[in-house]
Design a protein around this ligand. Structure first.
Ligand code: OSB
Ligand code: MG
Length: 371
């Protein structure tokens, strides 16, 4: 028995962040995300599009996501007999790019299928290798090093297993030296979000002495070949984020030696189907992966937790507690971490949390129904 989706409802929600989040490409104070609800015979599945507010991390942003889901992706799954959720990916594969928009819809159908089968989403996608997922935090660029050190201390005390700090030219070697002086033993890494070029290789090699777990996406978002040369000049493992949009690109990057670790983001690769294929390619090659984040609200966070139960997600990821970002989350309970820096995977059907529909309505700024 397949899945027949009779209606797709889109919402745009607005959620101010507890604290601004700054990367090498800019500061975010407030998130605007698109939520996708797919309906079938009285049941609903939910997805969250992880695109940012501006086309700076990749080409997508809130507005493009809205248009792509409404005008191109949703019409491809509506009133069409899908064999199962894994069919959604291929139904929208003719859309060039816009993986986050495609992935928001795809994830919603997986959630719907899990609810139809009364199973937790992590089981539906073939996960369940662990009952608790290991968690790290991503800490943005701060106004001062003192402020950064305070933030790190808070997160280490909360139990998070590794600390990632955002870096860029001018906020790198000296900052990491100071972090290492104060916290000599923590698992530490830097994420450049493509802020460097190969001309900066010596500067990046200067980070080798600080024993970082990895340096994430140092070079251009679409540049695998330069990462090959950079990795050959660094002792620190390179981890690719922005560069890896498909299992094919993951296989190429690994084959060429562009990285030793890959960050998998559900949206960036277009949903659970491709995320699993990236996972499998990495696992077969002995490349560990971890689950990245895009400042998600509860739905996206819950989907990330399910994804991170696949076996090769062995490194602590960027999935952390709701309260680090939000004064109120859209789900109940909020995502919480244990004192040893893990999230316990829930066993309720679908993505595992209750939606706070009343709150959701209060932060919805735009709504549209298709079908
Ligand atoms: O590169 O991992 C990234 C947030 C927005 C855009 C890109 C990135 C990030 C993060 C935040 O690092 C991770 C999180 O959601 O906690
Ligand atoms: Mg990153």
């Amino acid at each position: 028995m397949g899945i027949l989706i009779d209606r797709v409802v889109l919402r745009q929600i607005r959620m101010p962040l507890v604290h601004f989040f700054e990367t090498s490409f800019g500061r975010t104070y407030e998130r605007h995300m698109v939520l996708v609800e797919v309906q079938s015979g009285g049941l609903s599945g939910w997805g969250e599009v992880t695109a940012g507010e501006n086309p700076f991390y990749n080409e997508e942003w809130t507005e493009s996501a809205w248009r792509i889901v409404r005008d191109y992706a949703a019409p491809r799954v509506l009133n069409f007999e899908l064999a199962d959720a894994s069919a959604v990916d291929a139904r929208t594969a003719h859309i060039r790019g816009h993986n986050m928009a495609r992935g928001g819809l795809e994830a919603a159908v997986w959630d719907l299928q899990a609810r139809m089968n009364r199973r937790p989403l992590y089981q539906e996608i073939g996960g369940g290798a662990r009952r608790e997922i290991p968690c790290g935090v991503s800490i943005g660029i701060q106004n001062s090093v003192a402020e950064l050190l305070r933030k790190i201390e808070t997160e280490v005390e909360a139990g998070y297993q590794r600390i990632k700090i955002k870096i860029k030219p001018g906020w790198d070697v000296d900052v990491i030296r100071e972090v290492r002086r104060v916290f000599p033993k923590i698992l530490l890494m830097g994420d450049a979000n493509s802020a460097y070029t190969l001309a900066d290789a010596d500067r990046l090699a200067a980070l080798d002495e600080f024993g970082l777990m990895m340096i994430e996406q140092p070079l251009a978002h679409d540049e695998i070949i330069d990462h090959v040369e950079l990795q050959s000049r660094l002792r620190t493992p390179v981890c690719l984020d922005e560069c890896i949009r498909s299992a094919h690109q993951a296989a190429q990057a690994i084959r060429m030696g562009a990285c030793r670790i890959i960050n998998i983001k559900l949206g960036r690769v277009g949903g659970f189907g491709e995320a699993k294929r990236v996972h499998d390619v990495c696992q077969a090659a002995g490349i560990p992966v971890w689950c990245g984040g895009m400042l998600e609200a509860g739905i996206g966070r819950a989907h990330n937790i399910a994804l991170a139960t696949l076996p090769n997600f062995i490194l602590p990821g960027d999935v952390s507690a709701s309260k680090r970002y939000w004064t109120r989350d859209v789900i109940n309970p909020w995502v919480e971490t244990t004192p040893h820096g893990t999230i316990v995977v829930r066993d309720t059907p679908g993505f595992g949390y209750e939606l706070d529909l009343e709150f959701l309505d209060s932060i919805t700024v735009r709504r549209d129904g298709i079908g």
